[in-house]
Design a protein around this ligand. Sequence first.
Ligand SMILES: CCCCCCCC(=O)SCCNC(=O)CCNC(=O)[C@H](O)C(C)(C)COP(=O)(O)OP(=O)(O)OC[C@H]1O[C@@H](n2cnc3c(N)ncnc32)[C@H](O)[C@@H]1OP(=O)(O)O
Length: 162
Amino acid sequence: MKAIQLYYPPEWAHCYGCGYLNAQGLRIETYWHPERGESETRFTPKPHHTAIPGFVYGGLLASLVDCHSTATAAAAKAAAEGVSLEEAPLRFVTASLKVDFLKPTPLGPELRLVGRPKEVKGRKVVVETELYAEETLTVRGEAVLVQIGEGFGRSEDAPAGG
Ligand SMILES: CCCCCCCC(=O)SCCNC(=O)CCNC(=O)[C@H](O)C(C)(C)COP(=O)(O)OP(=O)(O)OC[C@H]1O[C@@H](n2cnc3c(N)ncnc32)[C@H](O)[C@@H]1OP(=O)(O)O
């Protein structure tokens, strides 16, 4: 199975969280399971992702939820339209991100994120995500993702170098 992020065209593959062209990024890989209508990402934080000793920094967890959600949105939209990501490389950005830290997340075990599309409507997809450390649910997220098109962010009004 090919990760959703690997379908992104190169110009949309520099994201710190999920871009395969960002050598210093997290480069997460998300897989879509059509039979369950769910996505899954696995990631093992490194020792420098510490919040307080023994626990994962919340900003990293938010980043995982963020980029897991954009990929889930692409897969959910493709599924809703009956197209494959191969023929339609869809890309979403985050309009809104809410993260609830339910319990401290232990540093060490592999983390597992499970995403479920809650709404697919026009260019907008709403995704709910649960993050587990081993079998313990520690983080819950909800994101609103909006589909972008060619030339996103390239406007005469945009600040240079952004
Ligand atoms: C290039 C690849 C990068 C990949 C990065 C992956 C993850 C990221 O970190 S993204 C970076 C952070 N995000 C950004 O920088 C996005 C900045 N924001 C924008 O560019 C715009 O506000 C954008 C594109 C999200 C939405 O603008 P626009 O295209 O005008 O959408 P618009 O037509 O207003 O709204 C579309 C739908 O989304 C909804 N929506 C838009 N913003 C929000 C919001 N903040 N909260 C809730 N819903 C929203 C609208 O209500 C609308 O829904 P509906 O169709 O039901 O009425």
